[in-house]
Write a protein that binds this ligand. Structure first.
Ligand code: AMP
Length: 279
């Protein structure tokens, strides 16, 4: 098994990518601690081009000081082996100093799809994401960039960013990869103690229940309230939101209109889970 090469600077990344430009390049941005959800992005990229670069960078600017930046799992060697098996061509794993040199002073900031939901609870988050995604897309200049529907609001933020900055890249959305009990795969699931993992597995059923209630005529506001209460009953410690939104703009809905999306964020102990589903 040949391990994919690792570039740690933007200059190395560009040198490694340049012979592949004529065939097309896909970039899969990640924070590492790779699981099958990430590998689904790599597989979707491989359908488009043989040249798939995966960035692994735990981006400090998208974490607030009280969040889990220091404890976020870092497993580069295991990630590299998984990427070898998935036939990825290159890993871009820069040091923070490469992405944020001394005196760094530029931030990409959006309104639109970045407003509300995650921003209500993590106000710093999408500025950090938009800034690093813009930097990665400029550094790699890929033809395709893969993003998971797992982070649905992030996907819409990235699409908006690419449109607004005229970045010449096609954003490809990949469906949520789930465990057998329906829990969305996430690097943060590793934080869950066994009893917490059982609670987490109930999220999927509650979401399906919210959606089927709306299909039977329950109103949006009532269905959201049901969902939040059901998550508490299921053992979640707190619920940040259970929201039914316009699937394209994330505008709040009071009456169900298609296409709609159910988005949820809830906490078990110190772990915050997010998930979403088409309505
Ligand atoms: P992360 O490493 O958590 O920042 O995620 C990197 C990329 O993988 C993002 O585009 C995520 O949306 C995507 N991703 C993470 N988990 C999943 C999953 N369970 N299914 C599909 N995509 C995922």
């Amino acid at each position: 098994m040949t391990l994919p090469a690792i570039a740690t600077t933007v200059a190395e990344l560009r040198r490694a990518l340049s012979p592949w430009r004529k065939d097309g390049i896909a970039l899969v941005p990640t924070m590492g601690a790779l699981h099958d959800g990430h590998l689904a992005l790599v597989a979707a990229a491989k359908e488009r081009t043989p040249h798939v670069a995966v960035s692994i960078f735990v981006n400090p600017t998208q974490f607030a000081p009280h969040e889990d930046f220091n404890s976020y799992p870092r497993t580069l060697e295991a990630d590299r082996e998984k990427l070898a098996r998935a036939n990825a061509s290159l890993i871009f794993a820069p040091f923070a100093r490469e992405m944020y040199p001394d005196g760094f002073a530029t931030t990409v900031s959006l309104k639109g799809p970045a407003m509300g939901l995650e921003t209500d609870f993590r106000p710093h988050f999408f500025d950090g994401v938009a800034t690093i995604v813009a930097k990665l897309l400029i550094a790699a200049a890929p033809d395709y960039a893969m993003f998971g529907e797992k982070d649905y609001q992030q996907l819409l933020v990235v699409r908006r960013l690419v449109q607004d900055l005229n970045l010449p890249v096609e954003i490809i959305a990949v469906p949520v990869a789930r465990e057998s009990d329906g829990l969305a795969m996430s690097s943060r699931n590793a934080y869950l103690a066994p009893a917490e993992r059982v609670v987490a597995g109930r999220l999927n059923g509650v979401m399906k229940d919210v959606i089927s209630r709306m299909a039977r005529g329950t109103g949006v506001v009532e269905a959201q309230a049901f969902g939040a209460a059901a998550l508490k009953d299921a053992g979640f410690d707190s619920v940040d939101y259970v929201a039914v939104r316009d699937a394209q703009t994330l505008a709040p809905l009071t009456v169900l209109q298609e296409p709609a999306r159910l988005l949820v964020a809830a906490r078990i102990g110190k772990t915050r889970l997010i998930d979403n589903m088409a309505v």
